[in-house]
Design a protein. Sequence first.
Length: 656
Amino acid sequence: MITRPYRPEIDGLRAVAVLSVVLFHAGVPWLPGGFVGVDVFFVISGFLITSILLAERSTDTFTFARFYARRARRILPLLIVVCAVCVPVAVALMLPRDLKDAAASLVGAATFTLNLIAANNVGYFDRAAEAQPLLHIWSLAVEEQYYVIFPVLLAVLWRFGLRVIAGVLLALIVAGVVAAEVWLRRDPGAAFYLLPTRGWTILLGALAAMLPARPPHQVGSLLGLGCIVVAILGFGATTPFPGLTALLPTVGAVLVIVFAGPGTVAHRVLSARAFVGLGLISYGIYLWHNPVLAFSRYGRDEPAPLVMAGLVVLTVALAGLTWWAVEQPFRKPGFWHRRAVSLVTAGSLVLICVGVAGVVLKGLPQRFDAQTLAILAAEDDRNPNRRTCSSNGPRIIAPVDACVLGTEGPVTSALLGDSHADALAVPLAAALRGTRTAQYTYSGCPMAPGIDQTNEPGSHCAAYAEAIYSHLAQSPQITTVILAARWTLYLEGSGFDNGEGGIEAVPPAPYDATPLSPTEAARKTAVAAAYQAAVARLLAMGKTVILITPVPEVGWDAPRHMAFAHLRGLDVVLDTSYDRFVARNAATLAALVPDPVPAGLIVIRPDAILCNTDVPGRCVVARDGIPLYADADHLTNRGAALIVAAFAPYLAQPPN
């Protein structure tokens, strides 16, 4: 067995990493970059495991069987326990769709493929991520995928010597950073979760393990610690990550590992008993924290700060208990150590079977009564073709490949806009008679030429809008354009607060013209001018423009809010304040609707259809106990039909 000198400062660095992640997920506002703790963990893991591999290779004691058995004993026992505890809690608490997603996550956790699932389904900073108790295991998936490959790579390169190995690792690190930068511009979600764009941070730790031993260095160690702290305090949801930005915390971690020896301030701080103790149980803290926080938030308002502090303490307590009861027995000689591989293999297979059953059974909807299921059905009352007929980020549908709504007749109109325009597609197709409509929609795009999402490197919004407007100018047969979007989101740059507890938590998504505006006021002026120019440009083409002004937003996710209220026995009539709508949308309406309204422009006001109708001073969100919204802002097909009915008579009819 290979032994190495114990370095308490590395356990202390583990504590810094895990605390930053836990407090970030707990919503501590002054740690917006706490997610970089995962990358610090990656560097530590790469350093420690590569150190062991190099020592075993040097003494010719390495075997693949022993390496993977050691990884299984280290990782799987506690992972299986945490997942097993989550299963009954999830079944008791979660709505069918969420339980189905959690079941898929369970399969991903047990097979170390959760990062692949997450890359295609949920953004790390999305509000939906908070409802998934196992999402954080994506990082273990990255690590274990790395450790399937790395020992093999090391075995192949060993004959060439350490200098060649170090050169190959350095080349792979550079390639990983470049890949992350490129991928960020095409698919930020995939860049965040996948091995090719995250594995290089583990390689940094591996490269550090190959460096000759260095004497402690005060400045180097403090600089490294400072880099980590700056990233934790300064990064956030809008920081392009990973990529070049990830070098700050990861290189910082390398500096700490290399230079924070005895006698340095960094060593004294990180070797403090509290830090070392937390570092020893950091794996358990990491595994337990997300289930504890996710289940405490599920279907409820954000816990109060004091309650959240108690949940963090509970997480540490669970980690300490399971470190003693689970982690240590499987790592020390004895029955559990000898039977570890067989036991964890069996446990993993059971979890996979449970997860597959949860997916196949669609989240066990039979747990709920008919009214709850009728409410939740609104989530699916949307355009079934929205993912194939709308552009989204790097996926661009050329005008010639656009979906066409309707069953017969010439294409005489176009549906233009974002996902709010797409929400009109199904009832619009049903309303068409003898004519058809081309659908040009791009999720998250106001479809006003010159306006782009400035913090989304993969966005092609402005270029797509320009291509569509040019196409329309060359399409005289398209005489009518239906223009719809979530205009106010793009102008204001923030989600909706209904003033009654419904606050839509959407990541900041500023939209601006190019070049970027110097101030927020100038940005809003540029967006408003782009809206006006878009309408004027369509009118100048000779098109009839049916302009759909903002749909009233909800603040709450309507189906979920209603379902949770119903399950708690609350008689909730869901509607929102019309005054709040007016205040929220005043600037947008002023920018969108010219005074006087020019010839050829038909203005449809959804607020006139949905507000001050059922209840004076309120905007209706549900009728007959069923939501008109599929989430916090998108209308269901049933709700969208109310809007389509207002403009369908204006659509051009084919000649007799």
